[in-house]
Design a protein around this ligand. Structure first.
Ligand SMILES: [Zn+2]
Ligand SMILES: [Zn+2]
Length: 259
């Protein structure tokens, strides 16, 4: 399986998983043109994209949805509530002919891949993360959650690749110049995952199988890649796990992840 973070952060998110000649995007929060360009630069064929799986309706995850619906034939995997919420966003109406319904806790077979959405604590209609198993590799993309839950930890067992949110450093956020209401939202149990909470969850996801960890959805204002990395390194100390940090402006591609 090939994995790339095409963009990750509060200004737009898009992850690509590719195996067996087909590519699935998780979220489409950067422009279609950027998605195509970044895939090409990484040597991943844009023509191999078959579908986008939406985690939730926030604009940094569905910003390109309207254009994708008009200009591509990609299918859209989404829960019924996320489909409806995306439909209320301008240009995001997902026609039945393009929609593959998924539901938290219900594994779906998508062109031979096993896709399992699971619920996240986040302030959207029906937010989910995705665990994807393809070509013998198990990967999960888990961003936009306010705190680590037992249910989330259960879904992170026996992964080869884990993409995990490390949104903010609590002190940087507290002392930063975001308005108090926004700070409270991010810090809430349905906001975003701090470096410390990420580290706790990462500890619960450790297994002999885990090979690659990507820290994602870092805040450009309230985090520092070095701090996020340090928090994860403390947990990964003594393990052979390779650690990466995804960026907002540059894409990150991993060498093929093997089972
Ligand atoms: Zn987000
Ligand atoms: Zn969100």
């Amino acid at each position: 399986m090939h994995y790339a973070a095409l963009a990750s952060g509060s200004k737009g998110n898009c992850h690509a998983l590719s195996a067996e000649g087909q590519t699935l995007l998780i979220d489409a929060g950067v422009s279609l043109r950027q998605i195509r360009q970044r895939l090409e630069v990484l040597g991943m064929d844009p023509e191999s994209v078959r579908a986008v799986a939406l985690t939730h309706e926030h604009s940094d995850h569905i910003g390109a949805l309207g254009v994708i619906l008009r200009r591509t034939e990609w299918a859209i995997l989404a829960t019924a509530a996320t489909r409806e919420a995306a439909g209320r966003a301008q240009g995001g109406e997902i026609p039945a002919s393009r929609w593959i319904e998924v539901a938290a806790g219900r594994p779906a077979d998508w062109n031979g891949w096993r896709i399992l959405p699971f619920a996240l604590p986040h302030d959207a209609e029906d937010p989910v993360a995705f665990r994807v198993e393809a070509g013998g590799v198990a990967a999960a993309v888990v961003t936009d959650l306010g705190h680590p839950t037992a249910l989330v930890a259960d879904h992170l067992q026996d992964l080869d690749l884990l993409v995990l949110e490390a949104n903010h450093d609590v002190d940087m956020l507290r002392e930063g110049d975001y308005p108090p209401q926004l700070k409270a939202r991010i810090l809430s149990r349905v906001g975003h995952l701090s470096n410390a909470a990420m580290a706790e969850l990462l500890g619960r996801a450790l297994s002999p199988r885990l090979k690659q960890v990507v820290l994602a959805h870092l805040s450009e204002s309230n985090n520092d890649p070095g701090l996020a990395r340090f928090a994860a390194e403390e947990i990964l100390l003594g393990t052979p796990v390779a650690l990466h940090v995804a960026h907002q402006r540059e894409s990150l591609a991993l060498s093929p992840v093997v089972a």
